[in-house]
Design a protein around this ligand. Structure first.
Ligand code: PBG
Length: 346
């Protein structure tokens, strides 16, 4: 981060106070000079967006012949394998840094069998992408069970119906090996189980996948803003994820989660959702020895799109602002459904 604390900035600009009353009646300091023209504003801009810092989340659905629009996320679709590869080529041409791939399987079950099946839709898609574009863009895989379980939770359930942390770790390890074998370069651990980073790292290393990166959704908060995503992956979740995702009332706990994930071997840590948690992104950027990412989630996207579609706000302008805010708070990498459309205009 390149922003000095405000107190330091103030002490630097406070110069001698002129004594002549004729002078003091007008401002001595004129910060507006730095805003006077587009060229000056561009010169002094402290925060810039670059396509290489952006990651586009994409959905691939099993058993469809044409892309299927997601009604709660206008402009976003569930891809076929072929349309996914075409979208990936567009992302490469626009210079995006990465793709985060989510799979939507035809059949779901209690243990999320499709997740670690090499023939499962996500793993097949990862192989297609790795072959088509893997040398030109970072292919990332969502590593979580919720798209694959019939109950919609991010883990397997115990006999009482609660999410079983340690049994879930075994499923994540199997999923990690399948995704790494399929060709994913980065695994996005988004399930918020305790110990998931260490467990998956150990499994990857034991199988020889020592070069596979882990992007840890370290501080992932429970939120109503995930709503549109649940439609995107046709989730059957009843209830919420409050026993594993963080409570929005807490900040300190995010630091603990980040420190644990870094200690367990995370290569990149992420804060999610983005704009509601700018304080957490700033804190993460302050303490993290590894790159910090932020995820502008489905509901953040859809709020902007809905207002823009009503003519109430300007889509491109507000989308750009929203990413600037994440970047200024300290996010080096940004996941956003706007990534491709914005990068194609820059
Ligand atoms: C878990 C996962 C979710 C998202 C990313 N990874 C769903 C959830 O936590 O409920 C949400 C992304 C979004 O809302 O855009 N597989």
């Amino acid at each position: 981060r390149c922003v000095a604390p405000v107190s330091a900035a103030v002490s630097r600009v406070a110069g001698p106070v002129p004594e002549d009353p004729a002078i003091v009646s007008f401002p001595v300091h004129r910060p507006r000079r730095l805003r006077r023209s587009p060229a000056v504003r561009r010169l002094v801009a402290q925060t810039r967006l670059h396509p290489a810092d952006l990651v586009l989340p994409v959905f691939v659905r099993e058993g469809i012949a044409e892309p299927v629009p997601i009604s709660s996320m206008p402009g976003v679709v569930q891809h076929t394998l072929d349309s996914l590869v075409a979208e990936a080529e567009r992302a490469v041409a626009a210079g995006l840094g990465g793709l985060m791939v989510f799979g939507v399987p035809e059949a779901k079950d209690g243990r999320g069998s499709g997740a670690d099946d090499p023939g499962g839709i996500l793993n097949v898609a990862l192989t297609r992408l790795a072959e088509a574009v893997g040398d030109r863009i970072v292919v990332m895989a969502d590593l979580c069970l919720d798209e694959f379980t019939d109950h919609g939770h991010c883990g397997v359930l115990d006999h009482s119906g609660a999410v079983d942390n340690d049994a879930t770790l075994e499923r994540y390890a199997a999923m990690a090996l399948a995704q790494a074998a399929a060709g994913a370069e980065v695994l996005g651990l988004s399930g918020m189980m305790d110990g998931q980073v260490g467990h998956v790292r150990a499994a990857l290393d034991a199988a020889g996948f020592t070069d596979t990166l882990i992007l840890a959704y370290a501080a992932k908060y429970t939120s109503g803003l995930y709503g549109p995503f649940r439609e995107a992956v046709q989730s059957s979740l009843v209830g919420d994820r409050a026993t594993y995702q963080q409570d929005p009332t807490n900040a300190t706990e995010a630091i603990r989660e980040i420190e644990l994930d870094v200690a367990e071997g995370a290569d990149i840590i992420m804060v999610k959702p983005g704009q509601p948690h700018l304080d957490i992104i700033a804190a993460a950027a302050e303490i993290s020895p590894v790159p910090v990412a932020a995820y502008q989630i489905s509901g953040e996207y859809s709020q902007i799109v809905a207002a823009a579609d009503n003519g109430w706000i300007d889509r491109e302008r507000v989308a750009t602002e929203s990413l600037i805010h994440l970047r200024r708070a300290g996010a080096q990498i940004i996941l956003s459904y706007f990534a491709l459309e914005l990068a194609e205009r820059w």
